[in-house]
Design a protein. Structure first.
Lengths: 172, 183
């Protein structure tokens, strides 16, 4: 106790102050209740646990990144452009490529016609000629089993004479 | 929860480091070591609102734990914690000033004969105005200097001295009246 004070301190009062109890009893569970509140605020998480959680988060991030990279590689490898550029393709892949490329081609022509029909009256005609040109290109490749001939016939305007010896006209 | 005990003789610094490392046992040991004294001090500072002491003790510990990273060990941990307790008590008293919680009647009755006792002193302390009670408790019971009290309460050391003088005068008056009434 300090005595750096005013002169009005008397011995009786000083004695009473020294006799005052200095501690109060703890109630059961006081520390536990406070510990619960502290735990809710994030205390009592050991650094080891924090390190483990950080590592888990980092591992999850790495796995996600690798997965995203692998997915993008797979998607790129199977893109139309990549498949068209590849020489080594199985028959099944070639059938798939034919379907996808043909569908894409037709869809592109159709969307071009849809997008420009209201500003360009020739758009539909141009699109149909593009598709016709594609068909000619297919016919020119002289596919087997009479496919070329059937395509040529199908492309003739209605009523026009069919000449089996005439070569198809290719327009692109 | 069953917690294995730590060696009781571990100093505060070691317990604080362990607590900051997430050791709940260290926290409990700090709590059990320092709370009995803190509780009595805050109870005395609260005066007529002494029934709020458990809330104030808990708020003090929460504030202390949140700020424990900033504890540099310049002062004893008990002193540092008591300083937080004083600030928490002041905030509590300011918040609750509108509540009429006169509890003097709930305090023990004074002795009817003989010289003034510590119970009389407790009653007299509780009856003092808040700022006088806080100054006299911090100085005469807890041993803080006027400079430390001034720093905690935001007043000059001279103001603390003057307040202490008035508080002692009021205490002597209350105690002498109590004794003369009893005899």
């Amino acid at each position: 106790m300090h005595h750096d004070d005013v002169p009005d301190r008397d011995d009786d009062l000083a004695r009473l102050f020294t006799e005052l109890p200095r501690t109060a009893p703890l109630e059961a569970g006081e520390a536990a209740r406070l510990a619960v509140r502290l735990r809710r605020e994030g205390f009592f998480q050991s650094p080891r646990r924090l390190v483990r959680r950080t590592l888990q988060a980092a591992a999850a991030l790495v796995i996600f990144t690798l997965g995203a990279f692998a997915g993008s590689q797979y998607a790129r490898r199977n893109s139309l452009e990549e498949m068209l550029a590849r020489k080594q393709l199985s028959v099944a892949d070639r059938v798939l490529l034919l379907q996808r490329a043909g569908s894409a081609y037709v869809r592109a022509a159709q969307s071009y016609a849809d997008a420009t029909a209201h500003v360009d009256s020739n758009a539909v005609e141009v699109a149909s000629r593009v598709l016709l040109g594609a068909a000619h290109a297919v016919a020119r490749s002289s596919l087997d089993a009479g496919l070329s001939e059937r395509l040529t016939t199908a492309m003739q305007p209605a009523g026009a004479p069919v000449s089996p010896t005439r070569k198809p006209i290719i327009w692109f | 929860m069953t917690l294995a005990h730590l060696p009781f003789e571990l100093p505060d610094g070691a317990l604080i480091r362990r607590f900051l490392d997430g050791d709940e046992r260290a926290f409990r040991m700090l709590y059990e070591r320092h709370t009995p004294r803190l509780k009595m001090t805050l109870q005395r500072l609260l005066g007529a609102r002494r029934q709020d002491v458990d809330d104030v003790v808990q708020d003090t510990w929460l504030a202390g734990c949140r700020g424990l990273h900033g504890y540099r060990g310049d002062a004893k941990f008990s002193t540092w914690l008591t300083s937080i307790g004083v600030r928490t008590t002041l905030n509590h008293l300011e918040r609750r000033v509108d509540r009429d919680t006169e509890l003097l009647d709930e305090m023990p009755a004074p002795l009817t004969t003989g010289p003034a006792s510590v119970i009389d002193l407790e009653r007299a302390l509780a009856a003092l105005p808040d700022h006088q009670r806080i100054v006299v408790v911090l100085h005469d019971v807890e041993g803080f200097t006027h400079e430390e009290i001034g720093e905690q309460l935001g007043m000059a050391a001279g103001t603390s001295k003057a307040t202490l003088s008035r508080a002692r005068h009021a205490l002597r008056l209350a105690l002498s009246e109590g004794v003369s009434n009893a005899s």
